[in-house]
Design a protein around this ligand. Structure first.
Ligand code: PLP
Length: 379
């Protein structure tokens, strides 16, 4: 049996998304910047896609900029905000994705900013009281905190963070890559200046994403060249990607509650099964909490064995794709920076299982059984 439980890394393309993209691979090939009919037809598909995304997020198409994915959206929001706003203090957390952490660290190294890390509790929750203190003592800042953590699934209350940022005249960027299309984002209700989406995390194609940029938050162009993306990002657009992105987001919004119920059901089933069959199993961060974490992510902490590193390898041999990485042991930087920041035990094995609408209960049974057999043979 082949089982794919690595949907936080990437998801399979939805066949309906592929059908929507196909005409823009085969028939409608014009350059969207050309003014003849071949070009106009493709321009219209891009602008219709932008409108679809804007409508779903309850915002204006002028605030949606297409990018090559989540990494580019995060980089752009952070680098261009610092360049354009004059802010020289950034607040973030130690469990952000590297698309955020490495960008912030790059600016710090270049001497352009100082960085404060907000405190987290031992399950990885952002301490909002500490965030408030940091805002009070440092003045207007760029705050970059993710909505949903890609390793442990923890959800941050981005509405509360946005309100705090507004109160303290600060800019708020949120990496929403893992939450986008899984939870509704109503941009008339959340006080956020920039956020990021990536199509391949919700059954769209790879290499395409978008950045939301609030109209009154002006930043410098991020790719110099032609006049594409309203002079902000030069270069001929990834038309098929854009069409696929909009279709994938549309499908996700149409069926969001149904998918949430179904996928949460798979996750709860796996939590129960593992708890019954694997002695000493625990769950990292808040990943076993239905309210506190993404319904798509379960980060399993397994009792120490003499070859924890073999866990993923053995799963792979049995046809199961998942991902992982334990907390780093002292003196090494190999492993998960997220579990390390939470003070995880480097001797325990950790596996991140992440689910999609295409997974089944039979697959979960198979994975739990293989994992149980593997552990029993080693303890
Ligand atoms: N941010 C988070 C939280 C992610 O999980 C990922 C992808 O793993 C990214 C950013 C990067 O997205 P992309 O692969 O589209 O560059």
């Amino acid at each position: 049996m082949q089982v794919y439980l690595d949907n936080a890394a990437t998801t399979p393309l939805d066949p309906e998304v592929f059908e929507a993209m196909k005409p823009y691979l085969l028939d409608h090939f014009g350059n969207p910047s050309s003014i003849h009919s071949h070009g106009r037809q493709v321009r219209s598909a891009i602008e219709q896609s932008r409108r679809t995304i804007a409508d779903l997020l309850n915002t204006s198409p002028a605030e949606i900029f297409f990018t090559s994915g989540g990494t580019e959206a995060d980089n752009t929001a952070i680098l261009c905000t610092v360049e354009s706003s004059g802010l020289n203090h950034v607040i973030t957390s130690r469990i952000e994705h590297h698309a955020v952490l490495h960008t912030v660290q790059h600016l710090e190294k270049a001497g352009k900013i100082t960085v404060s890390y907000v405190q987290l509790d031992n399950t990885g929750n952002v301490d909002l009281q500490h965030l408030k203190q940091l805002l009070l003592s440092n003045g207007p800042s760029l705050v970059t905190l993710m909505h949903a953590n890609n390793e442990i699934g923890n959800l941050t209350d981005i509405s509360a963070v946005g309100e705090l940022c507004k109160e303290h005249h600060s800019i708020f960027h949120s990496d929403t890559v893992q939450a986008m299309a899984h939870y509704p984002h109503d941009l008339q209700k959340i006080e956020v200046h920039c956020l990021a989406g990536s199509a391949h995390k919700f059954h769209g194609p790879k290499g395409i994403g978008f950045m939301y940029l609030k109209a009154d938050h002006k930043i410098c162009p991020f790719v110099h060249g032609g006049a594409q993306e309203r002079n902000m990002r030069g270069g001929t657009e990834n038309v098929t990607g854009i069409v696929g992105l909009a279709k994938a987001l549309e499908l996700a919004y149409q069926n969001m509650e149904e998918h949430q119920r179904y996928i949460q059901g798979l996750k709860t089933y796996m939590i129960d099964k593992l708890s019954d069959t694997v002695p000493g199993v625990t769950f990292n961060g808040l990943s076993s909490s239905p309210e506190g974490s993404l319904y798509t992510v379960l980060n399993v902490s397994l009792p120490a064995t003499n070859d924890n590193e073999m866990l993923l390898f053995n799963l792979d041999i049995n046809g199961v794709s998942a991902s992982g990485g334990s907390a780093c042991s002292s003196g090494t930087s190999v492993g998960s920076h997220v579990l390390t920041a939470l003070g995880g035990d480097p001797n325990r094995g950790s596996v991140r299982f992440s689910f999609s609408k295409f997974n089944t209960i039979q697959e979960i049974d198979y994975v739990v059984q293989k994992l149980g057999v593997d552990l029993r043979s080693k303890v």
